[in-house]
Design a protein around this ligand. Structure first.
Ligand code: KIV
Ligand code: ZN
Length: 510
C-alpha cells in the first residue's frame, strides 16, 4: 500500500532567501494561489517578525488562500511566535514553524553569550528549555506546530533526540530535521531519520519532516532517502531556489516519487500538471532563468535531438522517456532539429508539416538543412518552410551562384563581387552600390549582361534571434515579363542574391 507524503512548500520563505531575490506582495499572492492549484499541503508564507512586508504577506495569504495549511516561521523567541500568531489569526488552517539550532557549531556560534550558559552542557540544556517554551507558546496560537532542529545534519544525534523528544512533549505535531548546510549524504541522512524512530520515545505522536539544502547537489537525493526511512513530510521549493545552492526542488522529489512509485511505495496529492506553470511563474517573478537541462521542468527535459535518440523516440516514446510531458504540464515532447538530427527526424517533422518528400527530395533538403543547422543552434519549422521553398520549388539553374563576397561598413563604400556559372562558363562581376545588397545586385547585372528591373523587394525574418533565417522575395521585370524570385539564408545579402538569381532563372526559362 502506497503511503501519502505531505508536501511543504517554502518557496515564499526559504526560496525567497536566495541571494538577490525579493518578491513583492502581488507576486507572493500570485505564487501562493498557484501553489494552492498545485495542491501542496502546506505553504510557508514568510517570517512575520522579520519585516512589516513579510507580516502583511503572511496575513493576506492566510486570509485568502483556501486549501493548504498556511505556515509562518519564527525563531524560538516569544516576539517571533507572537508575530506569527497575529499574522495567522484569520488563516483557516494556521501552522507555526518554530525552532532552534542543535549542532555544536550552531550552539557555540549563535548562543555564545553567557546568558545561554557558560559551558556547552549548560547552553544545550538552556536551548532545550527555550524549545519547550517556544512550542508551548506557539500552541496557544495554533493547533498545528512544527518544530525545526536547525543543522540537524551536523548535530550530535543524542542531543537531537533529546531536543525532539522535548518538542513533541511540548506539543509539536511535526518535527523538521533540516540538513541546513547540505552536509549529509543520502545513506547517512536516511539513517538519521531512521534513528529518530528508534531513539525518540514519543516520535509516533509527530510527523517527521525532511528539509534538505543543496550545497553538494544532494538535496533531492537526501530528501528521498529521508522519506524512504520513514519521514512523511518533505520540504522544498519550486525550481529548488533558496539560500546558497538552494533547497530540494519539489518538482524533482514529487516526480521522483511518482515515476518510481514501484520503489518508494509513496505518493503525494499534488496535481503535477501544474508544475510547469508554477516553475515559470516563480522564475519570472524572481527574474531567474530555469536552466534548459533542469530535471522535470527545464526546456530540454522532454526534447530529443540526436539522430539515434530521435529515431528511437519516434518508434517508441518509452525508449528515451520515463515520464509523460503532460504529467508536468507540458503539451508534448519535442524533437529539436539541430545539426545532430538524422534524416528520420527531419522526415518526421516534414511529414507533420504536411510535406511528403520523395527520397531524392529528402536528400536534397537534408543537405540544405545541415548547412542551416551548422549556422543555427536550432532549426525551426519556419526555417524548414523557407528551405523547402528554396530547394524544391526552384527552376532549372541557368545561373548558379558559385561565389559571393561583399564589403561594407560605416565609412566604407559597399562593394560586391560575384561569380556565376552559366552552363559551362564561369563569369565574374563586381560593382559598388548604396549598400551591400544594391552592390550585389549591380554586380549580378554586370555578369548577366541584360537589363532587368527590380520591381519589388521584400525581406522578412522567418525565425527569431540574430541567427534567424531571412527570406527575400523579389519581383523582376524585363521586356514585359514579370517573375517572382525567392531566396533564404541566415545571411540576408546571400538570401537577396539567391532570390534575384531565382528570378533570373525563371526569366531564362520563359
Ligand atoms: O534550513 C533550515 O534549517 C531552515 C529552518 C529555518 C527550517 O530553513
Ligand atoms: Zn532551509
Amino acid at each position: 500500500m502506497s503511503e501519502k507524503v505531505f508536501v511543504f512548500d517554502t518557496t515564499l520563505r526559504d526560496g525567497e532567501q536566495a541571494a538577490g531575490t525579493r518578491l513583492g506582495r502581488r507576486e507572493k499572492m500570485n505564487i501562493a494561489r498557484q501553489l494552492a492549484r498545485l495542491r501542496v499541503d502546506v505553504i510557508e508564507a514568510g517570517y512575520p517578525n522579520s519585516s512589516p512586508e513579510d507580516f502583511e504577506a503572511v496575513q493576506q495569504i492566510g486570509q485568502e488562500i483556501e486549501g493548504p495549511a498556511i505556515c509562518a516561521l519564527s525563531r524560538a523567541v516569544p516576539a517571533d511566535i507572537e508575530a506569527c500568531g497575529r499574522a495567522l489569526a484569520k488563516a483557516r488552517r494556521p501552522r507555526i514553524h518554530t525552532g532552534i539550532g542543535v549542532s555544536d557549531i550552531h550552539v557555540r556560534g549563535k548562543f555564545g553569550d553567557d546568558k545561554y550558559g557558560r559551558t556547552m552542557a549548560e547552553k544545550k540544556a538552556k536551548l532545550v528549555e527555550m524549545a519547550r517554551h517556544a512550542v508551548t507558546l506557539a500552541r496557544t496560537f495554533a493547533d498545528d506546530v512544527e518544530f525545526y532542529a536547525e543543522d540537524s545534519g551536523r548535530a550530535d544525534p543524542a542531543y537531537l533526540f533529546e531536543m525532539i523528544t522535548a518538542a513533541i512533549d511540548a506539543g509539536a505535531t511535526v518535527v523538521n530535521i533540516p540538513d541546513t548546510t547540505g552536509y549529509s549524504v543520502p545513506e547517512q541522512y536516511g539513517a538519521l531519520i531512521r534513528s529518530l524512530k528508534e531513539n525518540v520515545p514519543n516520535i509516533e505522536r509527530a510527523t517527521i519532516s525532511v528539509h534538505c539544502h543543496n550545497d553538494l547537489g544532494l538535496a533531492v537525493a537526501n530528501s528521498l532517502a529521508g522519506l524512504k526511512a520513514g519521514a512523511r513530510q518533505v520540504e522544498g521549493t519550486i525550481n529548488g531556489i533558496g539560500e546558497r545552492a538552494g533547497n530540494a526542488a519539489l518538482e524533482e522529489v514529487v516526480m521522483g516519487l511518482r515515476t518510481r512509485g514501484d520503489y518508494w511505495g509513496l505518493h503525494t496529492d499534488l496535481d503535477t500538471r501544474e508544475f510547469y506553470r508554477t516553475s515559470r511563474m516563480v522564475a519570472e517573478s524572481l527574474g531567474m532563468i530555469v536552466p534548459p537541462n533542469k530535471a522535470v521542468i527545464g526546456a530540454n527535459a522532454f526534447s530529443h535531438s540526436s539522430g539515434i535518440h530521435v529515431d528511437g523516440f519516434l518508434k517508441d516514446r518509452e525508449t528515451y522517456e520515463i515520464m509523460l510531458p503532460e504529467h508536468v504540464g507540458l503539451a508534448q515532447s519535442r524533437v529539436v532539429l539541430t545539426a545532430r538530427t538524422g534524416r528520420a527526424g527531419l522526415r518526421d517533422r516534414l511529414e507533420k508539416l504536411g510535406h511528403a518528400l520523395s527520397h531524392e527530395e529528402l536528400d536534397r533538403t537534408y543537405e540544405r538543412f545541415l548547412k542551416v543547422a551548422d549556422k543555427k543552434q536550432e532549426v525551426f519549422d519556419e526555417d524548414l518552410a523557407a528551405i523547402l521553398a528554396d530547394e524544391l520549388h526552384s527552376v532549372p539553374e541557368t545561373y548558379k551562384l558559385e561565389y559571393l563576397q561583399f564589403f561594407s561598413g560605416t565609412s566604407a563604400i559597399p562593394t560586391a563581387s560575384i561569380r556565376l556559372r552559366v552552363g559551362d562558363v564561369v563569369k565574374d562581376g563586381a560593382a559598388v552600390g548604396d549598400g551591400p545588397v544594391d552592390a550585389a545586385y549591380k554586380a549580378l547585372l554586370v555578369v548577366v549582361g541584360r537589363s532587368v528591373r527590380l520591381a519589388r523587394y521584400d525581406i522578412r525574418a522567418v525565425t527569431s534571434g540574430t541567427e534567424a533565417i531571412g527570406e527575400v522575395t523579389v519581383v523582376l521585370e524585363t521586356e514585359g515579363r514579370r517573375v517572382t524570385g525567392r531566396g533564404a539564408s541566415t545571411d540576408v545579402v546571400e538570401a537577396s542574391v539567391k532570390a534575384y538569381i531565382d528570378g533570373l532563372n525563371k526569366l531564362a526559362g520563359l
